[in-house]
Design a protein around this ligand. Structure first.
Ligand SMILES: Cc1ncc(COP(=O)(O)O)c(C=O)c1O
Length: 413
């Protein structure tokens, strides 16, 4: 983390009418990159021929097919380089959700019962797949993180049993950005012969990692989280690890995922992987600097509490609670004011539920409901953060005033 930025926004960004006008004309500011990221124009350029003049089924033997095959295999190499594996170990899927589901299904395919260990921090694609397995007589252990948003590797090691068929620990959490002790967990899993799935969807493009060095058996990345297209993701499967395909049909992806390849999307995945490999250090430094600037400014808002601020974290994710208000309402007001952020809360049947992740950490439901996530991206800049902070402070104050008013009226009589 770099040193906190100057808190005096007026000093660092003097009021400048032409610039303020330009900012207003620039349109809404996107601060929700953990939900999805805008396509990098260079990725779009790489994909464009495959959405236009170039086409072909990679399984066809003619020149069109061979061209498509070459493009898909280049993408495979680019992804392998990003995750630190060999290209034959990379299986393309349509989403991170599909890849996670495939691994959970595979681990329990064709056998009744058994035991699965997951962390409470995992993405819903793992929770929902685990819930379904539980309905099929699989015993599921769910590990809670500490108040620091980190699951202890020792707790995972202790949870392993002779009948454990799979453990899941994500590399970085999507709500908090906290990094998990995956290498330690994988050492414990290896010692017990238990394969480990690592969901690295939020880490790719924001953190240097190497699947082999992490010692995991399966690792997942998704293009749309690091400036690639939606509809392209990759499941890295360590050579020799067991895998039963989820989708059956043709022999694509070495019989590990049937279906004609989405060449344009995979070219996009390869391109964003190549850019991330090349530009990672600069991105980490830039995003970390913006995040520090943001968090220093949040310190000026009364009763703002950062979640997991001193935990090892991704460089671009901030989760903050503002006591006495509704995070959901704050998100709506910020949206109207031109800033896109999110809550970690899930909205089921019109009722906003507190974030499962925050509750698992021991955060009180009221505080969980008063939290928002701000996730930065490569297109954000200092000027946007400087514009955002006073608007956030104003909306927090306004919402607190609204929620205090009925109580004051009631007290008055
Ligand atoms: C940690 C994590 N895993 C998996 C997914 C699912 O990826 P996809 O959107 O590609 O299905 C997400 C998406 O939000 C995520 O944040």
């Amino acid at each position: 983390m770099s040193a906190p930025a100057d808190l005096d926004h007026k000093a660092t960004t003097p009021f400048d009418p032409p610039r303020a006008e330009a900012a207003a004309m620039a349109g809404p500011v996107y601060l929700d990159h953990n939900a999805t990221t805008p396509l990098d124009p260079r990725v779009g350029e790489a994909m464009a021929p495959w959405l236009g003049v170039r086409h072909g089924n990679p399984s066809s033997v003619h020149s069109f097919g061979r061209g498509a095959r070459a493009a898909v295999e280049l993408a495979r190499e680019q992804v392998a380089e990003l995750v630190g594996g060999q290209s034959p170990e990379v299986v393309f899927t349509a989403s991170g959700t599909e890849a996670n589901n495939a691994v959970l299904r595979s681990a329990f395919a064709g056998r009744d019962g058994g035991h699965l260990v997951i962390s409470e921090l995992e993405h819903p694609s793992i929770h929902a797949a685990a819930d379904r397995l539980e309905g099929l007589a699989v015993d599921v252990t769910r590990l809670c993180p500490g108040g620091d948003g980190v699951v202890e590797a020792a707790a995972l090691a202790e949870a392993l049993r002779p009948d454990t068929r799979l453990a899941c620990l994500m590399l970085a959490n999507n709500e908090l950005g906290t990094l998990q002790p995956v290498a330690e967990a994988s050492a414990a899993c290896r010692a017990r012969g238990v394969p480990l799935l690592c969901d690295a969807v939020q880490a790719a493009g924001k953190l240097a990692f190497d699947a082999r060095a992490l010692g995991v058996d399966y690792l997942v990345v998704a293009a749309h989280k690091f400036h690639g297209p939606v509809g392209a993701a990759a499941l890295w499967i360590r050579e020799g690890a067991v895998f039963e395909p989820l989708i059956l049909g043709g022999g694509q992806e070495r019989r590990r995922r049937a279906g004609t390849e989405n060449v344009a999307a995979l070219v996009g995945l390869g391109a964003c992987a190549a850019l991330a490999s090349r530009e990672l250090d600069g991105r980490i430094e830039r995003l970390g600097g913006l995040r520090d600037r943001l968090e220093a400014g949040l310190g000026d808002i009364p009763d703002a509490r950062l979640h997991c601020a001193s935990s090892p974290r991704l460089p671009h994710t901030t989760h903050v609670a503002f006591s006495g208000l509704s995070g959901e309402e704050l998100v709506v007001r910020l949206d109207l004011a031109g800033f896109a952020v999110s809550t970690g809360a899930a909205c089921a049947s019109g009722v906003v539920e507190p974030s499962r992740t925050l509750l698992a950490m021991g955060v009180a439901p009221a505080e969980a409901l008063a939290s928002i996530r701000i996730s930065l991206g490569t297109t954000n800049d200092e000027a946007e953060i400087a514009r955002f902070l006073p608007v956030l402070a104003r909306e927090v104050e306004a919402l607190r005033g609204l929620s205090a008013a009925p109580a004051a009226r009631a007290a008055a009589g």
